[in-house]
Design a protein. Sequence first.
Length: 375
Amino acid sequence: MPAQDRVQAHPDSYLAELRADVRAGLTAEPKSLPPKYFYDERGSELFEEITRLPEYYPTRAETAILRARAGELAELSRCESLVELGSGTSAKTGLLLRPAQHAPLDQQSLSARPESLDAALTSLRLSPFPALVVGVEGATEYLLVPRVMDLLGIQWDTNRIRIVDFGGTDKDLALLARYAAEPVLGRDFTSGVALDRPLTRFLVMTDAEHKYATAAGRRKQRKLLLESLTVNVPKDLRSDYYVNTRRGRVVEIVTWGKLPFEFAHFTDQELADGMLSATKVPHPRGRDGLVRILQTMRRGSGPYNVERLFWRGSGLTKPGLAEALWPVLEAKINTAIQRGKPGPPVMRACVRAYEIASASAGLSMMLRRRRWRRR
C-alpha cells in the first residue's frame, strides 16, 4: 500500500520506520521483517486465502462459535457500539452485529433509537454488507463464476458481491436468503422506514432442474424467497420488495437455458477432452466412445449429470473437470468480448450480477409505506 494511503499516527515517520525495520531485519541472522508490512492489498488477499485452507482451523472455529453464540454474546454484553481493531474483511464482525439488529420490530424503537453502527457505516458508504449475494448451485459454478467475473473486470469482493454455494437445485434457499439479505429496519419517517444497511439483493444462478425447471416454477421460488426475506417486515413496508422491473428486483433467478451448466457451455467433444485431460486413466471406450455417450445424454430427457459418466479409477471430480474446462470457457468469453457479443450464459449472468449490484451498492434506502398486497 502506498505510504500516502496509510492511516498513521505520525505519517512523516512511516518511511523512516520502514527503512529502519528493513535495514535491521535483513542484516540480522536469521533475516526477518515485521509482519505489519505484509498486509498491503495483495498480502491481505493472500491471508484471506490462507484462512480458507483445510489446514487453517482458527477462522472456521471462531466463525462457528460466533454463529452459535453471537446472540448470547450480544445479550450478555448489552453493548451499543462495537469496535474491532484489525477486523480484516469484517465477516466475523457482521456475525456479532447481526443478532443485535434482528430483534422484532416492536422491540427496535425505530423512531426513537439513535443512529446504529449499520446506519452510520451505510451513510458513509462503508457498510461491510454486500449489495448482492449470488447463490450458485454446485462446485463447478462456485469455481468458475468468480473467474468469469475477474475476466470481465467485475469487483466481487465480499463487500460488494458475495458468492455462496447452496449445494444443489433440490435445496431450500429460504434460510440462506434470510441470512444473506434480510433487511435491517432503521428510523421511521412516517412515510417510510429507512434501511440501516444498504439493500442486499439476491441472485440465484442455477440449472433449470427440479423446482427451477419451468418459468412457473422459478416464479414460485422467487415469491417464496421474497416471503422469507420480508417475514419480519410489516406488511405496509413490503411493496418495494415485490417490484418486478429489471432494475427494481430484489430477488432474481437465472438459468443456463434448458441444459445444465456443463452441457450449456461446452460441446460433447470439449467435455470429453476435458475429462480425459483431467485424468491419467483412459476411458474404456476411448475418446470417440466417450463423445458418443455424451451425445446420447445430451439428446435424452435427463437427468444431465456428467458425474454419472466418470469411469471407475479415473479419480475425476467436478472441480477437477471445471479446472480442465476453464481455458475453453475463458477463450469463448474473450472471443465474445472482442466481437462485442453477449457470450455464453455464465458471462451474461455475471454481467447481470454486475447490473444488480450497481443498482444500489452502498446507498441509503427507504422502504415506502403503502397498502400492500401479495403479488
